[in-house]
Design a protein around this ligand. Structure first.
Ligand SMILES: Cc1cc2nc3c(=O)[nH]c(=O)nc-3n(C[C@H](O)[C@H](O)[C@H](O)COP(=O)(O)O)c2cc1C
Ligand code: FES
Length: 644
């Protein structure tokens, strides 16, 4: 095992690695991130390796590599395979495709048409990964390397320039200069609050205490968010390198990764990364001959959303119940075991090597006045291309939804985008052209949060959206302070009543009042920001609340207690399709009898509405209006004309 003792040795070692790697040698990169693994990527890897052997390529040394990589973001179309050096990108690859991939693409250099991306609008086939619109409109400084390296291989990380920033920081720059660089870059924390990173480092650094800690916050509890997981699974050394540089700047000699236990692959890859970094001398005593010592441990969180809040995280790390405590004192003054502690988000740490390698100007050249660099979002919901996207700060929401996301599926109308996770807000269509940065999102009642982004179409009920998030937060509130514990629960009660048609005049005002009290009096930002989904939906979609309360109508036909399905006897052709598909067996009729829905059995799943052929359009959704009276049995008989 090489122990690298100086920056010169590191560069020599890197040269050695590169000299053994021919950039023109074929390499099949298979995403084995959690998303693609769930879609069967492991079997694809096995099939490719077997085919390579079978077709005689494994008998010659190093003819073709199979690289198991982290997530490049387009999980929806996984398992994803990229073949280098041509950068041919194949989507939804199955084990059965392996034979052709090897014989056609690797050996005969031919593209397999059925596996490439097809532009849904132009029908054009796009072969190269970087030319697929989903990727083309991104700026992938942080996740771009995920498909280029095997996260379990430190040599792969070194081959793309890894640990050069650490060598530079430790051996060419003073800790104060590192803090200065991060301050000059205007990097703001990616975990939610957007606090300036350099200033936070300075607080901890300036503490006279000898023992200090640095922590990677990888709790990531927002439903649907997986930015941090993808970085830790796909490029753990980049976060570790950033953490070690931060420790040097701050004067800490011990660090922790706090990772939620639902992320086993992230824990595995981070643990391997730490072990390899120790072996190579990037952790431990006298790192790269600089005299700086630093050790890192991994700790599992139990998966409570509140444990992402920094003071609750510290309690959890100390083995206590994960409940927040009042600030001040801030962790920078009194953190882990009472010592000054600097906590940053995974993505924040991953930005640090970029700043050290390329200078503060690298970050300040990207973004808006107040928000610099790129941001990774987890783009989900009613959008054609879902997945992880890394975009420059300042990009418009419209560009994210339409250029990167490819627009709304099924020709539906855009309604809103929810940013910032459960404590975020819903932004309506009129603000689609705002620039995405910390301050602009706040102005319209949302937040950047850690990067959750849910796109909603016309079929989304905004009362139901607020209810969904408050339901999540009710379960996640630790219960320590009553404004949060009771405030969120009461708001949920009102929202549930509204969505069940039991809303009363004055409920909207009561929700606003409760929101204010919960926001102002809660102990931590969980309660402090919990009203955001309520307030933003009331602000932009008040008419929907009023329709639910006054007319007992759900305009999006989502709230089950407020809708019903009815088969129009004048349009029903007794085709039996809805009857056969109804999972609740709630539809009666036969080939010669108009179908009727038994309202007592109907679960309002909407299957009948979806399957009724559009040329008939016989199934109607009703909301806010009474059901037509049942038709008499004899009127249900359809007399069909005999053929000929
Ligand atoms: C309820 C709640 C959950 C949070 N969850 C996370 C999280 O999962 N990851 C994270 O980095 N920050 C989370 N935060 C923010 C942290 O408290 C803290 O601000 C952040 O880790 C600081 O890192 P940064 O400056 O790099 O953003 C959460 C905050 C709250 C109130
Ligand atoms: S897990 Fe494979 S593309 Fe995301």
């Amino acid at each position: 095992m090489p122990r690298i003792n100086s920056p010169a040795e590191l560069e020599k070692f890197r040269k050695d690695i590169l000299s053994k790697r021919d950039p023109n040698r074929p390499c099949v990169a298979v995403c084995t991130g959690t998303g693609c693994l769930a879609l069967g990527a492991a079997k694809v890897v096995t099939a490719l390796k077997e085919e390579i052997k079978k077709q005689g390529l494994a008998t010659k040394v190093d003819v073709v590599d199979v690289r198991e990589t982290g997530c490049p973001g387009f999980c929806e179309r996984g398992p994803l395979v990229v073949i280098y050096p041509e950068e041919t990108c194949y989507l939804q690859v199955q084990p059965g495709d392996a034979e052709e991939i090897v014989s056609q693409t690797i050996l005969a250099k031919k593209v397999i048409d059925r596996l490439v991306y097809v532009d849904p609008i132009t029908g054009e086939k796009i072969v190269r990964e970087s030319e697929i619109p989903f990727y083309k409109n991104q700026m992938r400084h942080l996740i771009g390397n995920n498909i280029k390296i095997d996260p379990k291989s430190i040599d792969d990380y070194l081959a793309v320039g890894g640990y050069s920033a650490l060598a530079k920081a430790l051996c060419q720059v003073t800790p104060e200069q590192v803090v200065g660089l991060v301050k000059d870059s205007n990097l703001r924390g990616r975990g939610g609050a957007g606090f300036p990173t350099g200033r936070k480092w300075e607080f901890t650094r300036n503490s006279p205490e000898k023992t200090k800690y640095v922590i990677v916050n990888a709790d990531e509890g927002d439903p649907g968010a997986f930015m941090d997981r993808a970085l830790l699974e796909g490029n753990p050394h980049s976060v570790l390198e950033g953490l070690t540089i931060g420790a040097y700047a701050i004067g800490a000699h011990e660090g922790y990764f706090y990772v939620r236990q639902e992320y086993p692959l992230a824990v595995e890859n981070v643990t391997i990364a730490i072990r390899k970094a120790e072996d190579y001398g990037f952790l431990g005593k006298n790192i790269l001959g600089s005299g700086f010592d630093f050790t890192v441990k991994v700790r599992w969180g139990a998966g409570a959303f509140v444990c992402g809040e920094e003071t609750a995280l510290l309690m959890s790390l100390e083995g206590k119940a994960g409940e927040p405590r009042a600030r001040p004192p801030y962790p920078a003054v009194k953190g882990l075991w009472g010592k000054p502690t600097n906590i940053n988000n995974v993505e924040t740490w991953a930005n640090v090597p970029l700043i050290i390698n390329n200078g503060a100007g690298f970050l300040t050249s990207i973004g808006t006045e107040g928000s610099k660099g790129t941001k990774i979002f987890s783009l989900v919901g009613k959008v054609n291309n879902t997945g992880l996207v890394e975009v420059p700060m300042g990009i418009t929401l419209r560009d994210i939804v339409y250029k990167v996301g490819g627009g709304i599926p099924g020709g539906k109308k855009f309604k809103a985008v929810q940013t910032g996770g459960p404590s975020g807000g819903c932004i309506p269509e009129k603000y689609l052209d705002i620039e995405v940065d910390f301050d602009e999102l706040k102005k319209v009642g949302a937040i950047m949060g850690s990067g959750g982004m849910i796109v909603m179409d016309e079929d989304t009920c905004m009362v139901d959206v607020a209810r969904y998030f408050l339901n999540f937060l009710t379960g996640e509130s630790c219960g320590k302070c009553s404004p949060c514990r009771e405030g969120i629960r009461q708001m949920l009660k009102i929202l549930t009543n509204i969505s069940k048609g039991k809303g009363r005049e004055g409920d909207i005002e009561l929700l606003e009042e409760l929101s204010e009290a919960t926001r102002d009096a809660s102990l931590c930002a969980l309660g402090g920001s919990a009203p955001n989904p309520v307030l933003s939906t009331i602000r932009y979609f008040r008419d929907e609340y009023e329709a639910h309360i006054k007319e007992k109508r759900c305009p999006a036909y989502v709230c089950k207690e407020l809708i019903s399905y009815h088969i129009d006897p004048d349009k029903c052709q007794a085709c039996m399709i809805c009857l056969r598909k109804c999972p609740a067996e709630a539809i009666a009729g036969d080939k010669n009898q108009i179908h009727v829905i038994d309202q007592d059995k109907c679960t309002k799943c909407g299957t009948c509405f979806e399957v009724c052929p559009s040329r008939f359009g016989a199934v109607r959704r009703l909301s806010g209006e009474p059901l037509p009276p049942p038709i008499p049995e004899e009127a249900r008989i359809i007399v069909r004309k005999s053929k000929g």
